[in-house]
Ligand binder design. Structure first.
Ligand code: ZN
Length: 259
């Protein structure tokens, strides 16, 4: 699964989850309510009444976010035996880029893509990756599945999921991955998700320790003892290994594989 900017999440199967963007929808309303509140005279009845409004708005945002995240993690844990996610360096993604001085124009600064990053930061924060990670860890554990966290240096976006060649650069604004080696044209996030799925297959079979988080208490045989875990485990519900069709299509993806 890749956490997208324009989508909430994209799976390697092409299954797409739309971003609810709870903050973006409510942020303007919240700002207006806060202004309204600060205009009210201190100690007045109207001030006390107005105070509850932004708080309600805030609670709504939190509810939408919590609900969406729980639905996604429950779906993943029940439909799939193995889920691979990126180790998102949250701090790096939310930090504002430092301004770069323009060498040809003293006193001015180069365009540093601040707006593009702010957009990414906004939606990443909406998704709350730390909470996603936490929920997946315990829910995959409940269902006897595996959560694989890809190394943060793994180039999931820059790699071609078809021929495995890695691009030197890929700007955030580029929404479609185009491979100059094999001609693959695929949605950027879908390409990243397919790379993560391949990463998970490789590392789960190899039985790697630190990245694999086996939630099944007192039974680590799937990853370390046998070394060859079948994602289609007969235990619990019927699952897929990530390459088949999703058990329950939440949102049909319009992005087919155009390899
Ligand atoms: Zn390629």
């Amino acid at each position: 699964m890749d956490l997208g900017v324009h989508h909430f999440a994209v799976l390697s199967t092409g299954e797409l989850f739309e971003n609810p963007k709870p903050i973006s929808h409510h942020v303007r309303r919240m700002a207006r309510l806060n202004r309204e509140f600060s205009r009210r005279q201190k100690g007045s009845k109207r001030r006390a009444k107005t105070k509850a409004k932004p708080a309600r708005c805030h609670a709504r945002v939190a509810n939408v976010r919590r609900d969406t995240l729980h639905k996604l993690t429950t779906h993943l844990a029940t439909a799939y035996g193995t889920v691979v996610i990126e180790d998102l360096a949250v701090k790096n993604m939310t930090a504002s880029p430092k301004p770069k001085a323009d060498p040809e124009n003293p006193g001015h600064h180069l365009e540093n893509g601040h707006a593009a990053r702010a957009g990414l930061n906004r939606s990443i924060l909406d998704i709350a990756p730390g909470e996603l990670h936490r929920q997946l860890t315990y829910k995959m554990g409940w269902h006897g599945g595996h959560l694989v966290v890809a190394d943060r240096l793994f180039p999931s976006s820059k790699k071609c999921s078809s021929c495995k060649k890695t691009k030197a650069t890929l700007s955030l604004a580029t929404r479609t991955y185009r491979c100059e080696h094999c001609g693959l044209v695929l949605d950027r996030d879908h390409n990243a998700a397919r790379n993560l799925a391949a990463y998970g297959k490789k590392h789960l079979v190899a039985g790697s320790g630190p990245e694999t988080q086996n939630g099944r208490r007192g039974d680590a045989s799937c990853t370390s003892d046998t070394g060859a875990h079948s994602p289609k485990s007969p235990r619990g519900r019927k699952r897929q290994d990530g390459s088949g069709q999703p058990a329950k299509a939440v949102t049909a993806s319009s992005q087919g594989e155009a390899a």
